[in-house]
Ligand binder design. Structure first.
Ligand SMILES: [Zn+2]
Length: 99
């Protein structure tokens, strides 16, 4: 997806350490790439980020990490709503609420 290549991601194997589960002392494993994270402010989408889902092989805890250097789109940019919808249609969108 060319929209996503707009930001450099923290690629495992590119010098970044994998996330670690504190409770289990195990490295998390990549579970799914291309997760959309929608930051919500006062009930409205503010920024859309692309990230990865990680999972602990021992306890199963799931964490979203591997964010790019910046959002894929901000609310004031062209095609923001369409991009959000494309993640949502793939059941690949998690909203984060700050208020
Ligand atoms: Zn664990």
């Amino acid at each position: 997806m060319t929209e996503v290549s707009r930001t450099e991601k923290q690629v495992v194997g590119g010098g970044y350490h994998k996330p670690v589960c504190v409770a289990c002392s195990r490295e998390l494993r990549p579970e799914k790439n291309g997760i959309g994270i929608l930051d919500m402010v006062r009930g409205k989408g503010y920024e859309l980020w692309d990230a990865d889902k990680w999972k602990c092989p021992a306890c199963g805890i799931e964490v979203i990490g591997g964010f790019g250097q910046g959002p894929v789109r901000s609310h004031f940019e062209d095609r923001f709503a369409q991009l959000v919808d494309s993640y949502r249609e793939r059941e690949n969108l998690t909203e984060v609420h700050y208020d």
